[in-house]
Write a protein that binds this ligand. Structure first.
Ligand code: ADP
Ligand code: ZN
Ligand code: ZN
Length: 747
């Protein structure tokens, strides 16, 4: 097609093709005047090959560089109006806020594989394996305990249950299932994703009669003006989820959709079950645990236009929800809502705010330990308009567990120099005797935190990263070293790399060593480990927690992931082994995040009938975080912390932006960072910003790549005095990568 011909039609389209890793935008003509809209998926050619591309913009004028060039035409529309124009406005605003391109933002927002789809068939028709009850077992039929449990599980579930959920979250093995299937006690069937939702819609649960505070919160939300934001502040078990569900029901009744976000993929099944029992087929899930086809199917359901309740993690904030009425972020303080890489480095809370303003949906941020920024937004001091609703008591009036400290200096002074203090051992003993359960938080996984040389004192480092290797232990007791950053594995070195000595001393205890110590101190105690090593694979979290909930162990020893949202009614003791490891991180948000974590952990204890207790071992009982933990007044902590940040002019009373550089060559990475710093300095200084660095990143080398960073610091609220990402990239040598985080979570 000649360029002139296109000009007559007066329509040039910017089309994003996923050619190469980054994706790129090309200009096409539309000589046939096809009815093309922004957001359509169209077919075009690039170097003779057919591609599907997304229309991201329409041009009024042809860029000078293309003047007189032959433009290829759009051949056909594959998927009309893939997403509505309003949604594209959202993408444009997120791109702008995150200081990156529309195209990168689109790529992050759309389901993976969206561009590769065909018009018919293909990914839209996801098939899912499900299981349902078969014939009724005879009264005297011999079944294993596990087989009976599976039958009970199915009897209590809607008509059919996806296979992957039985084998995942519910923790049944394929062998158990197969045994039942061979005898006709269960049947396996293959369903289209859409049918599955219908098949799962058995009898629905009625809403619970609300408590007075719950009723007030619901009333405030459903009577609010469009776009109103709320902080629902309530301890774990105070009935926040019930409020979300009833607000969602209200919206469904008005033909509007709800988006329900949770930070952890491990929390999805629990929330999904609750939503499905309440809303049946109206529920759709969207998170990285789903396959490509399932995600595309969920996206398509949203485009279908019927009101929904969508349940998902961070990336679900971009779902093209039809008629949004309510957006909920549960555990809104959680750092997993922030995308660190790749760009855009967005925060789901901010995207949700934009979306709520744009569509008039209510925004509900729920947490027992809200983020400092959210708290401030409730006080109107930052011009914010978020309204605070609180649920101050647990349902049923169950008390929050008291927090007791164990001063480890005292333990030491009294000649007890072990990892597990005497009060902790006493309580674990008691928990076991009463048939209850305990969770124990250990900051690190592995066996020992690091090895150090006895003669020169140097730690044994990873050859590819600037971090010490962690000691792990195999089931047979064999020790080996592992890097937690790049996963490099090696045998324990025979000689020190610095001085040649052969003697090493191990420091710091990880989850494995704590398990070992527990076994040594309390004979016969049954312990399970819950960390990244034991929860790999799809549904690894849920499988392990299901084993613990089923009573397979007395104690669950785990890393930070222990603290997140699980409802384990048998747990009456929550313990922290070395709180000090969490207290002293050099980060702006370390106090806030540490207290959030400890309070979340405390929330694990005493959720059932029996009262709970929290035990914290520390060398630093006078630390403000520990003091606030004991008095249980998170709001007072926030007030203190806000005063501190305000007087120091720290975030969020100022604004920070981090530029991260990485490259294989340490020299050129450092040089690139330095030259960008010089390029930026004049404009920054003119605008009252300062520039810190370039400096090596806190871990200066990871997996053989050098990492440098530039921290920009300036007045809150103002724009970033930075050239565009594309412009910054142009000044970088090849081989040096750049990421811009305009609001970094760790500082
Ligand atoms: P949160 O989300 O704050 O942790 P949930 O909504 O999960 O709280 O409620 C905690 C427990 O109390 C759940 O088992 C829930 O079913 C129950 N619950 C919630 N609201 C009520 C209510 N109004 N009456 C009775 N039980 C309730
Ligand atoms: Zn040495
Ligand atoms: Zn490494």
């Amino acid at each position: 097609m000649a360029g002139a011909e296109c000009k007559l039609v007066g329509q040039w389209l910017q089309i994003w093709l996923e050619a190469g890793r980054e994706g790129q935008v090309f200009t096409y003509g539309n000589p046939a005047a096809l009815p093309v809209q922004i957001g359509d998926l169209v077919q075009v050619r690039l170097q003779g090959r057919r591609h599907s591309g997304l229309v991201v913009d329409r041009l009024e004028e042809l860029p000078a560089a293309l003047e007189g060039k032959q433009l290829q035409p759009v051949e056909q529309v594959l998927q009309p109006a893939a997403v509505d124009p309003q949604w594209h406005t959202l993408i444009a605003r997120v791109a702008e806020q995150c200081h990156t391109s529309r195209f990168k933002t689109l790529k992050s927002a759309l389901p993976p594989g969206w561009l590769g789809q065909r018009r018919q068939g293909g990914p839209g028709t996801a098939r899912i394996q499900a299981v349902r009850l078969g014939r009724t077992p005879a009264a005297d039929e011999r079944l294993t305990a596990r087989q009976r449990q599976l039958l009970d599980h199915l009897a209590g579930a809607p008509a059919s249950v996806p296979l992957r959920r039985l084998c995942g979250p519910a923790g049944f093995s394929r062998a158990v299932l197969l045994g039942l299937e061979q005898r006709g006690l269960v049947e396996r069937l293959t369903l289209e994703a859409g049918d599955l939702h219908a098949a799962m819609a058995g009898a629905l649960d009625p809403p619970q009669p609300l408590t007075v505070p719950q009723g007030q919160a619901l009333e405030a939300i459903t009577a609010a003006a469009p776009g109103q934001a709320f902080l629902l502040w309530g301890v774990t078990g105070s009935g926040k989820t019930e409020v979300y569900l009833q607000a969602a029901a209200h919206c469904l009744g008005q033909g509007r959709s709800t988006l329900l976000l949770t930070p952890e993929i491990g929390l999805i099944p629990q929330l999904l079950d609750r939503c499905r029992r309440r809303f049946g087929a109206a529920v759709v899930e969207y998170h990285s645990g789903l396959g490509e086809a399932e995600r595309i199917a969920a996206w398509r359901r949203c485009l279908g236009g019927d009101p929904l309740v969508a349940v998902g993690t961070r990336s679900a904030v971009f779902l093209p929800l039809p008629h949004p009425g309510l957006i909920v972020l549960d555990e809104e303080h959680d750092g997993s809502y922030k995308q660190e890489s790749p760009m855009p480095c967005y925060h789901a809370r901010e995207v949700a705010r934009l979306r709520a303003e744009q569509t008039g949906a209510w925004l509900v941020l729920g947490s027992a330990t809200p983020a400092l920024e959210t708290w401030l937004a409730c006080q109107g001091q930052t011009g914010g308009t978020t309204r605070l609703l609180s649920l101050s008591e647990r349902i049923g009036g169950r008390p929050l567990p008291p927090v007791r400290l164990v001063d480890m200096r005292q333990e030491l002074a009294e000649g007890h120099r072990r990892l597990l203090s005497r009060p902790l051992l006493d309580r674990l003993q008691g928990v076991r005797e009463r048939g209850e359960q305990a969770v124990v938080l250990v900051p690190r996984r592995g066996y020992r935190t690091f090895l150090s040389c006895r003669s020169c004192g140097e730690a044994v480092l990873c050859p590819h990263c600037d971090v010490a290797l962690t000691v792990h232990r195999s089931a047979g007791g064999q020790e080996w070293l592992r890097c937690h950053w790049c996963d490099h594995r090696t045998a324990v070195e025979a000689r020190c790399g610095h001085c040649g000595s052969t003697a090493f001393k191990p420091f710091g205890a990880g989850t494995q060593r704590v398990m070992e110590q527990l076994a040594a101190e309390l004979e016969g105690l049954r312990v399970l480990r819950f960390d990244r090593d034991t929860t790999r694979g799809r549904d690894g979290h849920r499988r392990l927690l299901a084993r613990f909930a089923a009573g397979e162990a007395d104690v669950l020893v785990g890393t930070q992931m222990l603290a997140k949202g699980m409802d384990l009614p048998q747990v009456t003791l929550a313990a922290v082994l070395a709180a000090d490891g969490l207290l002293h991180r050099p980060d702006l948000r370390s106090a806030e995040q540490c207290l959030q974590l400890l309070l979340q952990l405390a929330g694990r204890a005493g959720r059932g009938e029996r009262p709970g207790e929290v035990l914290v071992q520390t060398y630093c009982p006078e630390h403000p975080v520990i003091r606030h933990l004991v008095d249980g007044r998170y709001d007072r902590f926030l007030e203190d912390e806000i005063a501190l940040r305000r007087s120091g002019g720290l975030v969020p009373f100022s604004r920070a932006c981090l530029l991260r550089f990485s490259g294989t060559s340490p020299g050129s990475t450092a040089t690139a960072a330095a030259s960008v710093a010089e390029q930026l300095r004049p404009a920054l200084e003119r605008n009252g910003w300062c520039l810190i660095g370039p400096a090596p990143a806190p871990v200066a080398r990871v997996a053989g790549r050098s990492r440098w960073q530039l921290l920009l610091h300036g007045p809150a609220g103002g724009p970033l005095p930075l050239p565009s990402e594309a412009e910054l990239r142009r000044s970088l040598p090849s081989g040096v990568g750049l990421a811009i985080d305009p609001d970094p979570l760790s500082l």
